[in-house]
Structures are given as C-alpha cells and as structure tokens.
Design a protein around this ligand. Structure first.
Ligand code: GLV
Length: 305
C-alpha cells in the first residue's frame, strides 16, 4: 500500500547559495516528498514535516498539521529556545557520519597543534624567531573529551588511535567536572548546550586543571565564561585556547579573543553540515515518518538535546 506523499517545508536562515544547495540535495534525496520552501509563498495547512536551520521563532508553531521537525544542525539549543515550539512535536538532531568525521579532524588538528607546539611555532614565525621547544610523546599527553555522544565518541576514538591518553566525561557521569579535569593537559569540549552545561567552562574548572593546560571549544560559545577564560590565559594558568564557537556569532570585530596571543579563532567551521550526506539522513527520517515508524535521533526535550 502506498502512503500519501509528505509535504515538507525547508525553512530557516541560509545564505542564498546555501539554500539552493540544500534544496537541490534534499529534493534529490527525497523526491517522493512534496517540497516547499519558506522563502516563497507556501501553504501552512498542508505541511507535515519541516527541515530547518535556525527557523524564525514562531514559524513552526504556525504550521497546524506539523508532525515532525528535522534539524540540519547537530546542536538544537537555538531551536529549543523558541518558546512557541509545541511541547510534543518530535524533533530530530542532525547526526551525520560525515559531520562526525569533520569534527574528529578538527579536534585532531587542535590537539596535535597544542601537543607539538605548532601554534607556538606559528607565533614564533610572525616574530622571526628560530627556537626549538621541547617535544613530548603523544602517550604523555592526557586529553579529556567533554561529551560522549555522537561527536564526543568519534573524537575520543580518533585521538586514542593517535596515541593520546584519552578519557571522556558526560554531565550525567558520577564524578564532577572539577574532579575529572585534574591532571588533564587538554580539554576538548563537545557537550550539548543545555541549562546544565551553560557556563561549565569557568574559573573553577580552569583552576582545577594543571598549570599550562589548554582548552579546545568546538561545541557552543555559551559553555565558556569569556572573562574567566581571558583571566586564566593572562595569568598563565591556561597556555592556549582554540575556539570555534562564541557567545555572539560572528565574533564582534572588537572582541578581545580576535587579537589575543594565546587564542586561536575559527569561524564556527569545526564541522559544517555536509549537504549531500546530511540529505540522505533527512530522507531516511522522512521515509520512516511516511511509513509510520519513529524517526532516528529524536531530541529528548527534558534533557534539552
Ligand atoms: C553546528 O554547530 C551544529 O550544531 O550543527
């Protein structure tokens, strides 16, 4: 028996080329759906499912027959911050192997750069300074990965395969973050942003780390207390921070992070969603919905991710 075709809305804030790339990838991956888009007139009444990236607040609540939302982003903190979002609406996070692989590459680059002092050598080059620094073995470097989900798990495995001493921590672990950061040379943050993790990387945590440790934030800017981070770097408690995410994005031109000698800034590119690969993930979830089966990677609204 054939199920009726789903009406699916692509909605959100994209730049025009990005929107076209998503449109092409999604309509090709799920041609059995009837696709509409929110940058053109569409019929609110018929929409069954929405595929979204930062949709306008209130938009999803205005679709009376909406049964499912698929995020194109792995992190759903912004989506869930829309107070009008119906409580029982099923929402799926983007979980895409290509995105996990990209995140593992970024984490590996940052950890290698910190471990082998490549960030310091880049600074030395700018000062025309020839100086060899001590070299440590990977198995002398302990790395703590915060978050043990899709991305944290992949990052931890990739770093362990490279020879680092890797452990992971999740918020529901029995031990506190303050206890686990003791003795960790590098902390890589991949936690979801929830009420329980906001501001988790603060002065107390930096002080509990060994002097000269480093942090890598690949999750959300709001995990970090910016003033505490600057103070820890300026006092020498932390040696460096590699930051991909910020409280406000784009990072304002006058923000202290841009020019800080111990901070490396990336423009939120640690793991961009890969359109063709993510479109396959979306298509599989829409097909499940059409068959009356539960979609994959549904958000636990009470946990906040
Ligand atoms: C990126 O930050 C994402 O959540 O996909």
């Amino acid at each position: 028996m054939n199920n009726p075709a789903l009406h699916v809305l692509l909605a959100g804030r994209f730049d025009p080329a990005e929107r076209e790339a998503w449109w092409r990838a999604l309509t090709a991956a799920a041609p059995e759906c009837i696709w509409q888009r929110d940058d053109a007139p569409f019929d609110r009444e018929v929409i069954d499912a929405a595929v979204v990236a930062n949709p306008a607040a209130g938009l999803l609540a205005s679709l009376p027959n909406l049964r499912f939302v698929q995020s194109l982003w792995a992190g759903v903190d912004k989506l869930l911050a829309d107070a009008t979002l119906p409580v029982h609406l099923p929402i799926a996070r983007m979980v895409d192997p290509a995105m996990n692989a990209a995140m593992a590459e970024t984490a590996l680059w940052a950890v290698l750069g910190l471990h082998r002092r490549f960030f310091d050598y880049a600074a030395q080059q700018r000062q025309v300074q020839w100086q060899q620094l001590p070299q440590r073995r990977a198995d002398d470097v302990s790395v703590l990965v915060l978050g043990a989900g899709q991305m944290g798990g992949e990052v931890a495995a990739r770093l362990a395969a490279q020879g680092y001493r890797v452990s992971t921590w999740r918020r529901r672990s029995a031990v506190s973050l303050l206890e686990v950061v003791t003795g960790q040379g590098i902390v890589v943050n991949l936690l979801p942003l929830t009420d329980g993790t906001r501001g988790a990387l603060s002065a107390a945590v930096f002080a509990a780390m060994p002097r000269g440790a480093a942090i890598v934030n690949l999750a959300r800017g709001a995990h970090v207390v910016d003033a505490d981070l600057l103070a820890a770097l300026d006092s020498g408690q932390l040696s460096r921070a590699v930051l991909d995410v910020f409280h406000q994005e784009p990072l304002r031109a006058d923000h202290a992070f841009w020019r800080h000698p111990k901070i490396t800034v990336l423009p939120h590119v640690a793991a961009l969603t890969d359109e063709p690969s993510a479109a396959q993930v979306v298509a599989a979830n829409l097909q499940a919905l059409a068959r009356g089966e539960p979609p994959q990677h549904l958000v636990d609204r009470s946990a906040g991710y």
